[in-house]
Design a protein. Structure first.
Length: 323
């Protein structure tokens, strides 16, 4: 069981302080949460790089660390501790209080510790799979973007400037490591293994240092239906004015059901007047009425236009790399 905003939630292989306060005491070093949770910070208990081991191992040390955090004079805590077999000790309700696990980003994050083998700092395959499932569950439950620090598909172990600067952690949304937030911890906190598993499970690799990735994350995924002949449609294609020279995916909307369209055969003609008046280029108009609608519908169903009068044109567009 875990607890979110006072609500008990049954989650596989999890135990919280309400069920067994002796073995899994509630975190004592916490502060009142005043804002929404923007990120999940992953840790390893030893903070050192270790091997990836097959299978799983029930060490019981998730409860040991729960008791340690609850009684330690070091003023440290976390929200969840995941043992080498994937079982979870839940020590805090992150929607009501935040734990002390990652310094300046504590007020806007929650923290997860992964138990490691004491001898070599190893983690286990099944532990990582369970962690990825749990992190995915938390992201969906708390509205956190499923993205991790990565460049060219590989985890980024570097300290992120945006997380070290005062208050910049407030602008970072996603899942990252303690190693990405401070130089006090090495690359093994939590190491690459868990981020590789998150990437395999569908998390987006995201360059947190490069602000243009905001454009790359949102622009290809959002489409906006627009009045057919509205001159403001040109702003979608204005790369000089739009941040990062972005082209927004505006989509032609015919408006044939509107009261002010007495002749539906003239809608496209009036939309083309944006080109005649110099508001659109020919390329803009093509994207507006053809390319963007095509990528919108075929992105969900590649055969959407199959059997229609434009089937061959759509096939050619997609063959040329439109997506």
């Amino acid at each position: 069981m875990i607890v979110l905003d006072g609500k008990k939630i049954d989650y596989p292989l999890s135990v919280c302080w309400l069920e067994n306060p002796k073995w899994c005491p509630k975190a004592t070093d916490v502060s009142l949460r005043h804002t929404w949770i923007r990120g999940i910070v992953l840790h390893t208990v030893n903070g050192k790089k270790g091997p990836l081991k097959p299978g799983a191992k029930d060490t019981g040390r998730d409860f040991n660390y729960a008791r340690y955090f609850a009684n330690s004079p070091r003023k440290v805590s976390c929200d969840y501790i995941i043992d080498c077999d994937g079982s979870i000790a839940a020590t805090n309700d992150p929607l009501q209080n935040y734990t002390w696990h990652a310094e300046t980003v504590n007020p806007v994050t929650l923290g997860i510790e992964l138990v490691q083998d004491d001898d070599d700092g190893g983690v286990y395959v099944e532990q990582l799979k369970a962690t990825a499932r749990f992190v995915s569950f938390l992201c969906e439950s708390l509205g956190i973007q499923k993205q991790v620090p990565a460049i060219a598909g590989k985890p980024d172990p570097q300290v992120l400037t945006r997380l070290k600067a005062p208050n910049e952690g407030n602008t970072v949304v996603g899942v990252y490591g303690h190693r990405n937030q401070t130089t006090n911890r090495g690359f093994g906190d939590p190491g690459n293994w868990i981020f590789e598993e998150l990437l395999r499970s569908g998390f987006e690799g995201f360059n947190f240092q490069k602000e243009e990735d905001i454009r790359d994350l949102f622009v290809p995924r959002f489409y906006f239906g627009c009045e057919a002949d509205d001159p403001m449609n040109a702003t979608a294609f204005n790369t000089k004015a739009n941040p990062y020279h972005a082209k927004i995916r505006a989509v032609f909307s015919s408006d044939i059901g509107h009261w002010d369209v007495p002749d539906m055969t003239e809608v496209t003609e009036e939309a083309y007047e944006l080109v005649e008046h110099g508001v659109f280029t020919e390329e803009n108009f093509r994207d507006f009425v053809f390319t963007n609608p095509t990528t919108l519908w075929t992105g969900m169903n590649p055969d959407f236009f199959k059997g229609t009068i434009v089937e061959s044109q759509v096939s050619q567009l997609l063959a040329n790399g439109a997506h």
